[in-house]
Design a binder for this molecule. Sequence first.
Ligand SMILES: [Zn+2]
Length: 200
Amino acid sequence: MAYTKPLDDIRVGGEVDAKCPTCKSVTNHRIVSMNDGLVKHVLCLTCDNKHNYRPPTPASKTEPAAAVKTRNAATKETKSVKAPPKEPKPPKEPKETKEEKEARETKKLEMEERELNKAKWQTLKDKTRGAPAAYSVDGVYSVDQAIMHPAFNEGFVTKVLLPNKIEVQFEEHVKVLIMKVGQSSVKQEIPQKNLVKVGG
Ligand SMILES: [Zn+2]
């Protein structure tokens, strides 16, 4: 209905807020003419442009909208300022590289172990005399004895793990093999705790 803003003087010659097409905002207007109690023409007091009255309904929208916009902008600015410390850069540790590094280290260790085994094996080979005995689970072996394993080839017994195992140094690795239950004379050389450990 009629413009009811109490502060405005709704009469010709009075002042009223209206939307000004020139200023493109709600400005103070002087009422130039009225029709049936409604404002018809107004004169913008800002730009002096006379035009049809356009209710400042957008005013109530525009102004809060503008205010909101400003607040949002302010909020955004605050956020953007806060954002960098809020989002610390995650530590860059590419998993693949880490795994690759571990793989390389493992491989290196394996190679070193192989080299070490080969050196030990060579030393044993140099000091051991006589042809290796064919390995069999039914055989009985003693430390420093050379054996020939069908899969691992030539090896040297480094330990006797009673009651029935031997640790054998092969060219690239150490293996524990089964043998026939050892002699009681060898058994006495093994500490009691080893007996218990191996027995379990
Ligand atoms: Zn204007």
